[in-house]
Design a protein around this ligand. Structure first.
Ligand code: C5P
Length: 243
C-alpha cells in the first residue's frame, strides 16, 4: 500500500493528505497532554473514543445545519474531513466557571455564569495559547469582523446543541473549546467547526454527583480517563468496540 503523506502531527492527532483533493484524514492518537504538554501519558483507547464521539457530535451539528469539516468516519481511529484553513484562535464557551476562568477571576468552580461567556485564545503552543481580545484579533488581522460575527454565532449554536444533548443524558456542559476553519466553495468563503469535539475539549460533569467525565480526570489525577470517556459514550449510545 502506498505511504500516505503526513501533513501535520499535533499533540493528540495526526493529519494525512486525503484521498481526494480538498480532503484530509484525521487520525486520533492515544496521547494525552495537559498544561501545554508538561504532563503527558498514553491512554489506551482514548483515540478510538474521541474519534467516535467527535463523529457523533459533528454529525449532529451537520444535521441541524451548523456546518463542520466532518465528512465521514473511516475506521476506529480515522475520519475524513474537509481541508480548511484554521483560524488561529481557540474559541472557548463557558456556562459555569471552571479552570482558568476560576483561577483568573477568583470565581468558585461550578458557579453558574449570568450568560454564556465566549473567550478567544491565540493558538500558539510556544506562548501557551494566551487569552486575547477582539481588539488583538482585529489589529493583527487573525479574523475579520464578519468572521468574528460568524464565529460567535457558530460557538453559541454549538453551545446550545451540546448543552441540550448532554442535559438529556444527565451531564452538565460546563465549558468547551472549538476551532474554526475556512473552506472555499469557488470564490465563496465559509466558516465551519473544525478539529474535534470530545471530552478532551469539553468539561462534562455528572448533574447528580458532580463527577468529572472529561480531561480534568487526567489533568487532576482523578482516576481512569477511558472509564470517564466510555461513560459519556455509553450514555449517548455511542459505544465503540475497543479492539
Ligand atoms: O483551561 P480552561 O479553563 O481555559 O479551558 C476551558 C475549556 O477549553 C475546557 O473545556 C478545556 O478542556 C478546553 N480547552 C481545550 N484546549 C485548550 C484549552 C482549553 O480543549 N488548549
Amino acid at each position: 500500500m502506498a505511504r500516505r503523506k503526513k501533513i501535520y502531527e499535533g499533540k493528540a492527532k495526526i493529519l494525512y493528505e486525503g484521498p481526494e483533493p480538498g480532503t484530509i484524514v484525521q487520525y486520533f492518537k492515544d496521547d494525552a497532554t495537559a498544561f501545554n504538554a508538561e504532563k503527558k501519558d498514553v491512554i489506551d483507547g482514548k483515540g478510538v473514543l474521541n474519534n467516535r464521539l467527535s463523529e457523533f457530535f459533528m454529525t449532529g451539528l451537520n444535521t441541524i445545519g451548523v456546518p463542520t469539516h466532518f465528512i465521514r468516519r473511516l475506521n476506529m481511529r480515522e475520519q475524513l474531513v474537509r481541508a480548511c484553513e484554521i483560524v488561529p484562535l481557540e474559541v472557548i464557551v463557558r456556562n459555569f466557571a471552571a479552570g482558568t476562568m476560576s483561577k483568573r477571576l477568583g470565581i468558585d468552580e461550578g458557579t453558574q455564569l449570568p450568560r454564556p461567556i465566549v473567550e478567544y485564545c491565540y493558538k500558539d503552543d510556544s506562548l501557551g495559547d494566551p487569552l486575547v481580545t477582539e481588539e488583538h484579533i482585529a489589529a493583527f488581522g487573525w479574523a475579520s469582523q464578519q468572521d468574528m460575527d460568524d464565529i460567535l454565532s457558530l460557538a453559541l449554536r454549538v453551545n446550545d446543541y451540546l448543552s441540550g444533548l448532554m442535559y438529556g443524558v444527565g451531564i452538565r456542559l460546563v465549558d468547551f473549546k472549538i476551532e474554526v476553519g475556512r473552506v472555499y466553495d469557488g470564490d465563496f468563503q465559509r466558516l465551519v467547526v473544525a478539529d474535534e469535539i470530545s471530552p478532551d475539549s469539553c468539561r462534562l460533569w455528572d448533574i447528580e454527583s458532580g463527577q468529572k467525565l472529561d480531561k480534568d480526570v487526567f489533568r487532576r489525577d482523578l482516576g481512569s480517563l477511558t472509564d470517564a470517556y466510555s461513560e459519556v459514550a455509553r450514555r449517548l449510545g455511542v459505544m465503540p468496540k475497543m479492539t
